[in-house]
Design a protein around this ligand. Sequence first.
Ligand SMILES: Nc1ncnc2c1ncn2[C@@H]1O[C@H](COP(=O)(O)OP(=O)(O)OP(=O)(O)O)[C@@H](O)[C@H]1O
Ligand SMILES: [Mg+2]
Length: 362
Amino acid sequence: MAIKSLKIQNIRNLRHVEFMPSANVNLIHGVNGSGKTSLLEAINFLGLTRSFRTRKFPYFVTREQKESIVFSQLQSSLDQKSDSLGVSRDLAGAVNVRYNGSNIDISQLASLVPLLVINTDTFQILEGSPAIRRQFVDWGSFHADQSYIHAWRSFKRVLQQRNSLLKCGKIDPQIRRVWDVEFVKHAQQITQIRQRYINQLLPDFLAISERLMGEVDLSLSFSPGWDQKRPLDELLDEQLQRDLKQGYTAAGPQRADLRIKVDGVSAAERLSRGQKKLVVSALKLAQGAVYNRLKEDSCIYLIDDLPSELDAQHCQLFCQFLEQTESQCFITCVEPQPLMSYWQSTTEIKSFQIDNGQLRDA
Ligand SMILES: Nc1ncnc2c1ncn2[C@@H]1O[C@H](COP(=O)(O)OP(=O)(O)OP(=O)(O)O)[C@@H](O)[C@H]1O
Ligand SMILES: [Mg+2]
């Protein structure tokens, strides 16, 4: 899938930007504060109806404006058909997503526009809380298995019910058992899909990270959120008194995590800043590769300030991997050189300069 044309209205300092990106590599350069990250945010908004920088929409919409709009023509890699997609959101909170003239919901939108973002927040996969790593696993599980979203929503509903019963302090054992049966059923389904996804991702991740980082003893393992040697229903029974005291459920996929280690110790503690960027980039490149294989289609990469933290050699290697994914990429940087020279002649590169919210071909 690629974006053929893009029209952005009222996102931060981008009052009106219209352009036709390349289906391969788009380099967007400009000085600090010119609007580079805002342009990536606008594409993120097209795919998810929200920014990756803020949850507070009034900061995202252009000052003194009431509504942000992004309109695009999309081109599938599978056929040459082009589809129209428009996303808008206003200050009153109304979100509108129109695909070929019909309303669609957010999960349909997310599968239509598969986005992979690499920015300074991506470091959080290593440094942040387990919730960030679960988001990473959930992105892949969502795209890898159609039943994931339904299983996840059902599980979340059961978990909320169970936790609100726990908070009351007293649960009728029969009612709890009914909820626990549902809890275990959905927990197992989610965990199976997540585990399968990580198994698919692992070889790509190890191969890419080895090329990017050389001989480093990296490992990636999935921790499902409870001791797998024990049946989950038994654990729920056993931990009931503790759960009642705490007012929430301690075991289950809501506690899943990924463990990323170097030489057997946490990668977050061991690696340099640049090495961390290479590891998180390898994770995202592996996600793109798995997506390609499973869907026979490609993702869209949004990469903010690609050269930061990377030396020239690693930056070029990263670009080579990106090129192999055959994805559409939107890459921002302050200086377009030497990034311009890192690509093969067969790759279609478009270069844009952004200045005070105005975009032009460079
Ligand atoms: N709601 C808003 N309305 C109008 N302008 C805004 C709004 N929010 C932020 N801005 C401005 O938009 C401009 C572009 O910000 P952006 O973060 O996209 O810049 P950038 O090119 O990525 O800069 P850097 O190189 O420093 O990362 C900034 O000058 C910022 O102050
Ligand atoms: Mg920026």
